[in-house]
Design a protein around this ligand. Structure first.
Ligand SMILES: *[C@@H]1O[C@H](CO)[C@@H](O)[C@H](O)[C@H]1NC(C)=O
Ligand SMILES: *[C@@H]1O[C@H](CO)[C@@H](O)[C@H](O)[C@H]1NC(C)=O
Ligand SMILES: *[C@@H]1O[C@H](CO)[C@@H](O)[C@H](O)[C@H]1NC(C)=O
Ligand SMILES: *[C@@H]1O[C@H](CO)[C@@H](O)[C@H](O)[C@H]1NC(C)=O
Ligand SMILES: *[C@@H]1O[C@H](CO)[C@@H](O)[C@H](O)[C@H]1NC(C)=O
Ligand SMILES: *[C@@H]1O[C@H](CO)[C@@H](O)[C@H](O)[C@H]1NC(C)=O
Length: 537
């Protein structure tokens, strides 16, 4: 009985493996009449020829167990193929003829093909190739002869290779080239030379230390330049003479220690540069000097996150009337001068968190109204003095983060102008009391965080829109906390978070007092030393 079962099982296994061997090599159409095929387990182009029909346009090779090789045969049956994707072929050996017989090929994907060289002889004369992806290989150089063989390229991706040298002017003859990706390679010097039509160039994540913009002078139509993650220390002046059409510049993650006004010179003295996005994050900039960005009148996004900025001149951002987002977080800013953000009338998002700001005066946001500003982060600073009128220019604010500062008390005038405020964080400050009239100004707030302060009681809570409140980490009188949570439960406001130390019992949520009721009086609380006894727990 048992042995028969084993036999049946054995036969069944045989049957399955038989089906598998039959399926090993095959091509299937992706969908009906798409003329696009996936072919599996193909070792040579000669094998592929046995499947390919006259009307096939696109083939993707998927090999699980072996690589593919182009052998010495004429490959005339592949001469009508327009798209070939070998990125999942498990490697590609170019052989003698390479891809020379694929004269109709327009899109070629050689990503992840284990190639260490690619030469002109591997392609048809005057190849019709429009898109070439050779990312994730081991190429070491790019020759001009290769590129000349591919005059119709629009898109070329050489990222993730080991390219240390690009022959000067290698791309000069590519009249249609628009996207060139050379990121994640080993270039020290920028030698790409000229190209009349290029719009997108990435040389990010290479070993570039410095270069004059004039090396890029032959790229009159370049719109996006990515140079992030190199070793740049300085940037030469007058970028827009070289790149008059530049709209996006990313020099993030270098060692640049200064931004100089003359960087932004060009394309003509009276003509404002077209730059819209400037990413200078993760560098070593220390100072933003007066009128620094004055010429960038089209700038919409400025990222200065994670530098070492200590000082900002009042007029540094003075003319950026189109700026929508400004990132200044993670710097060493101690002081924000009066009016510094006052001219940013298009600003929507401002992040100044993780700095060392001690006080916020009445006029930092100017005297007019910044109607677009809806998102402001001032958390993780040392703000002790917050002028009651500091936010009076920001009536459209929806999210305001003030957590992790040193605020001791709040003033009714601070939040009263913020009629649209939905989120307010005040956690990790030193608040001892939030008066009833201050709370009453928050009537649109949906999320409020007052956790980790020195609150022992809270005035009657109205806040009709409130859905989430963080309260833990305060020396609440237990009686006051019970009243508060009862009200929150009744209204369906969430406040507990299960995995926090406070709600799992590891940290105290309140202080038991000998009193019979919740006292809502700061003097009495002080007399009973409730805060001190909480701090001892
Ligand atoms: C090439 O193939 C890779 C892997 O399948 C894919 O991620 C990439 O987008 C393809 N390249 C192009 C240009 O389509
Ligand atoms: C190469 O192609 C270009 C444009 O596609 C054409 O003008 C030129 O005559 C071709 N040259 C040869 C040698 O076929
Ligand atoms: C080039 O290929 C890399 C790796 O596949 C990809 O991340 C990148 O987006 C591609 N570049 C462009 C410009 O498409
Ligand atoms: C890069 O340029 C510098 C200065 O022009 C030169 O000393 C260096 O040898 C060049 N590096 C390479 C890899 O060509
Ligand atoms: C700039 O490069 C960084 C990588 O260092 C990347 O995180 C960021 O998104 C890029 N910014 C833009 C605007 O492309
Ligand atoms: C704001 O703009 C006006 C007009 O362009 C200018 O006079 C003033 O200096 C600017 N303010 C700051 C702080 O840059």
């Amino acid at each position: 009985m048992q042995s028969r079962q084993v036999l049946v099982l054995f036969l069944a296994t045989l049957a399955i493996s038989d089906v598998r061997t039959k399926e090993v090599q095959e091509c299937e159409e992706l969908s009906e009449h798409s003329y696009s095929y996936i072919c599996r387990e193909i070792e040579t182009f000669e094998q592929l020829q046995q499947y390919v029909q006259e009307d096939w346009q696109s083939v993707k090779i998927v090999n699980e167990h072996r690589a593919i090789e182009s052998d010495g045969q004429m490959l005339d049956k592949l001469s009508k193929l327009q798209q070939l994707d070998l990125s999942a072929a498990g490697g590609f050996t170019l052989g003698e003829r390479g891809l020379r017989d694929l004269i109709a090929l327009q899109q070629l994907n050689l990503s992840h093909s284990e190639l260490d060289e690619l030469h002109a002889k591997h392609f048809a004369d005057n190849a019709s190739l429009v898109s070439l992806d050779v990312s994730h290989n081991d190429l070491q150089s790019i020759e001009r002869t290769l590129m000349r063989q591919l005059p119709n390229l629009v898109y070329a991706n050489f990222s993730d290779n080991a390219i240390a040298s690009v022959e000067p002017d290698a791309f000069k003859d590519q009249l249609y080239l628009r996207h060139l990706d050379l990121s994640t390679n080993e270039q020290e010097n920028i030698t790409i030379g000229s190209n009349a039509n290029l719009r997108y160039l990435s040389i990010s994540n290479n070993n570039v230390r410095d270069f004059p913009w004039c090396r890029l002078r032959g790229l009159p139509r370049l719109e996006e330049l990515h140079l992030h993650s190199n070793w740049l220390e300085t940037l030469d002046m007058a970028i827009f003479y070289a790149l008059p059409q530049l709209r996006v510049l990313n020099v993030s993650n270098n060692n640049i220690y200064a931004i100089q006004r003359n960087l932004f010179v060009g394309p003509a003295p009276e003509k404002a540069p077209l730059l819209q996005v400037l990413d200078f994050s993760a560098n070593n900039v220390k100072l933003l000097e007066a009128d620094l960005f004055n010429r960038l009148q089209h700038l919409e996004a400025l990222n200065l996150h994670y530098n070492q900025i200590e000082k900002i001149a009042a007029s540094a951002f003075g003319r950026l009337s189109k700026l929508k987002s400004l990132h200044l977080q993670d710097n060493n800013i101690c002081e924000l001068p009066d009016e510094v953000f006052g001219n940013l009338t298009a600003l929507q998002l401002l992040d100044v968190s993780k700095n060392n700001i001690k006080q916020l005066s009445a006029n930092v946001f100017g005297s007019g109204v910044l109607r677009q500003l809806s998102w402001l982060d001032l958390s993780h600073n040392n703000i002790e003095q917050l002028h009651p009128l500091a936010f009076s220019s920001l009536p459209y604010l929806q999210q305001l983060r003030l957590a992790r500062n040193k605020l001791i008390s709040l003033d009714i005038r601070m939040f009263a102008p913020l009629r649209r405020l939905q989120l307010l964080t005040l956690g990790e400050n030193r608040l001892q009391d939030i008066e009833q009239d201050v709370l009453d100004t928050l009537d649109n707030v949906e999320q409020l965080e007052i956790n980790n302060n020195r609150l022992t009681f809270l005035a009657a809570l109205q806040l009709p829109q409130l859905r989430r409140l963080r309260i833990e980490g305060n020396p609440w009188q237990c009686l006051c906390l019970d009243e508060l949570t009862a009200r929150l439960d009744e209204r369906g406001v969430s406040y507990a978070s299960a995995n926090s130390a406070y709600y799992s019992g590891r940290k105290a949520l309140c202080v038991v007092t000998p009193l019979e009721q919740c006292i809502r009086d700061l003097e009495a609380v002080r007399a009973h030393r409730i805060v001190e006894s909480y701090e001892e727990i």
